[in-house]
Design a protein around this ligand. Sequence first.
Ligand code: NAP
Length: 263
Amino acid sequence: MGFLAGKRALVSGVASQRSIAWGIARAMHREGAELAFLFQNQRLEARVRSLAASLDSDLCYECDVASDESLEAAFSSLAQSWNGLDICVHAVAFAPREELRGDFVEATTREGFRLAHDVSAYSFTAMAKCARPMMQGRPGALLTLTYLGSSRVVPNYNVMGLAKASLEANVRYLAGALGRQGVRVNAISAGPIKTLAAAGITDFRRFLEHAERNAPLGRNVSLDDVGNAAAFLCSDLASGITGEILHVDAGYNIMGMVESGPD
Ligand code: NAP
């Protein structure tokens, strides 16, 4: 029996088989969790339904995390099938593509800042508001995804780094607020992985090359690496862990001196 047997997990952010959320869903399914999915809009519906079906789920709900109405509608639809929720995975982020390149000062606008923070950081609080009543009386777990650009300057990551810093503070405040209810809140800071969202960052290929060259493990991380850590963090095996940012990056974040490579 898997270590998530009997748990019900809602997963957002599956856009393709390369999505980090997909790696997480696969690992949770393998460990025995029942799954439900959120997808942003109808453009993604058929793909998400077919991926969900491959993990024995037909619970898929449209949800734009930038809209309170959309979040409330999705959770109330979910509540018609499930009378409780154990795990909620927030794996969504957005910033305008033109702000993810070049000089940070020139590229960043008030509207881009607002959008990046709304979709990538505030939405985790908004999701927690919806999940909280469904987690009443059970040991719930909320999980989000962040990146080292929250605390280090990474070329082209720009305004998304600020949004991730806010998201990480969000993890700590949510953990503080929900702990007495028995709900744990954590984040995984993943190393670079080639996904649709990552493709929006100029020169993302260099993120991958740099991390592979300099990470102690000498490689990039896989969807399985992140998925397995996520399944653990959201399970009762991690019952004493909350407010934590766990790096799943082949150790890259510990390096104080790195080799520059051919450009
Ligand atoms: P992905 O496959 O493109 O997933 C991003 C998801 O966010 C997509 O499903 C996207 O839907 C969704 N999304 C964007 N705006 C939304 C909204 N308003 N409402 C609902 N959903 C929305 O990319 P990913 O790399 O797996 O990203 C997942 C998370 O991991 C993000 O938080 C990202 O910052 C984080 N992360 C990624 C990396 C990496 O290197 N890939 C590293 C560290 C952390 P659409 O496709 O419809 O826009």
